[in-house]
Design a protein around this ligand. Structure first.
Ligand code: PEP
Ligand code: MN
Length: 338
C-alpha cells in the first residue's frame, strides 16, 4: 500500500502514520517527494485491508494499493527517479551518465593501478575490478580475493575514483564492504536470496546485475529483496541475456532500458562488455544504451587484454576506451544527458 500524505502534512502526522503501520505489523518506507511525502507499507499481502483504515488519520490524503508484485521498486511508489550518491563524489541516476570502467579481474598492483589511471584520464567516474570471480570452471582463475580488494581500493584512491567489486558470498560482506564503495551482485547470484537480504541490511550502494535468464519482473523482484531490507541504493544493470544467438556471448536486451524506466525509479546501467563478449561491439552498444535512456555504462578495460586472466576478448585497450568516451559525447548530448 502507498500512504500518500497531504502536501501540508507535518512531521508529527507523518510519524503517527509510520507508528500505526508498524503496529499493524508492516514495514514502512518513507519517500520524501518535492511536493509531498509518501509512505510505502509493505508486508503480508493478506492483511492489507487493515492498512486502508489509515486513510482517516490527519495528514493522510489517500491510501492506494500497489498492484505490482514489486512494491518499493515500483514507479507507482516513487515517480521521481532515484539518484544514488557514491561517497559524495559521483551521482548515479541524475542527468550525468556515470561510467564504470576497469578490468574484469584485479590481477596485480601494476595492472590495476595502470587501469585506474587510464580510465580516470579518459573520463570514467568509477573503477571496477573483480576480486572474487564467479567462473564457469573451477580450474579458471578465481580472483585475488582479499589481496585483490586491497589493491582495488588502493588504485581507486590513487586515481581518485570510487570502486565497485563483486560479492559472491554473504559471509564476505564485512570484508568486501570495507574496501568497496559499491557492492556488485553478479548475474549468477541474482536470485541468491540470502545474499540479496544480506546486502539489503548494509548501507552500501548495490549494483545488481540482471540474471542471464531472468525476466524483467523477476529482476525487479530481486531488487525488491534488497530494498525491503532497508537499503534504498540499488542500481540495476542489464548485462545481456541468453537467447538462441551464438554470434555474441549474450544478447543485449536494449529494450529492457525503456521498460525498466517505466516500471521502476531505480537507475539503469548497461554492461555492453559481458552482453556482447567482443571488444569490437562494445562501443556501438554503449552509444545505443545511452540513446535508449541508460543512466550509466559498465565497461571492461585492460591495459594488455591479450594477457588478461579473464575476459580479455571483450576488454578494451585504454586508447580504444578513450576514443569511445570521446564519441559518447555526441550521443549524450542527443539524449539530453551530461
Ligand atoms: C563482472 O562484471 O565481473 C561479471 C562477472 O559480470 P556478470 O555477473 O554480468 O557475468
Ligand atoms: Mn568479466
Amino acid at each position: 500500500m502507498i500512504i500518500v500524505m497531504k502536501a501540508r502534512a507535518n512531521d508529527e502526522e507523518l510519524q503517527e502514520v509510520v507508528k500505526k503501520i508498524e503496529e499493524l505489523g508492516y514495514k514502512s518506507h518513507i519517500i520524501h517527494g518535492v511536493e509531498r511525502n509518501v509512505i510505502g507499507a509493505v508486508g503480508d499481502e493478506r492483511g492489507k485491508a487493515k492498512l486502508q483504515s489509515l486513510g482517516v488519520l490527519s495528514g493522510v490524503e489517500n491510501v492506494v494499493p500497489i498492484l505490482k508484485p514489486y512494491k518499493l521498486a515500483s514507479r507507482d511508489l516513487k515517480s521521481e527517479g532515484t539518484v544514488i550518491n557514491i561517497n559524495g563524489k559521483v551521482k548515479i541516476g541524475g542527468e550525468k551518465i556515470a561510467v564504470i570502467a576497469g578490468p574484469c579481474s584485479v590481477e596485480s598492483e601494476e595492472q590495476i593501478v595502470e587501469s585506474a589511471h587510464a580510465v580516470k584520464e579518459a573520463g570514467a567516474d568509477i573503477l571496477r575490478g573483480g576480486a572474487f570471480k564467479p567462473r564457469t570452471s573451477p580450474y579458471s582463475f578465481q580472483g585475488m580475493e582479499k589481496e585483490g580488494l586491497i589493491l582495488l581500493a588502493m588504485a581507486g584512491k590513487e586515481a581518485g575514483l570510487p570502486v565497485v567489486t563483486e560479492i559472491m558470498n554473504p559471509q564476505d560482506l564485512d570484508l568486501v564492504a570495507r574496501y568497496s564503495d559499491i557492492l556488485q551482485i553478479g548475474t549468477r547470484n541474482v536470485q541468491n536470496f540470502a545474499l540479496l537480504k544480506e546486502v539489503g541490511r548494509c548501507n552500501k550502494p548495490v549494483l545488481l546485475k540482471r540474471g542471464m535468464s531472468t525476466t524483467i519482473d523477476e529482476f525487479l523482484m530481486s531488487a525488491e529483496y534488497i530494498l525491503s531490507e532497508g537499503n534504498n541504493d540499488v542500481m540495476l544493470c542489464e548485462r545481456g541475456i541468453r537467447t538462441f544467438e551464438t554470434a555474441t556471448r549474450n544478447t543485449l536486451d536494449l529494450s529492457c532500458i525503456p521498460v525498466l524506466k517505466e516500471k521502476t525509479h531505480l537507475p539503469v546501467i548497461v554492461d555492453p562488455s559481458h552482453a556482447t563478449g567482443f571488444w569490437t561491439y562494445v562501443a556501438p552498444m554503449s552509444y545505443a544504451a545511452v540513446a535508449a535512456g541508460a543512466d550509466g555504462l559498465m565497461i571492461e578495460v585492460h591495459p594488455h587484454p591479450e594477457q588478461a586472466e579473464s575476459d580479455g576478448i571483450q576488454s578494451l585497450k585504454p586508447e580504444k576506451f578513450a576514443a569511445l568516451m570521446k564519441n559518447l559525447e555526441g550521443y549524450k548530448k542527443a539524449a539530453g544527458r551530461l
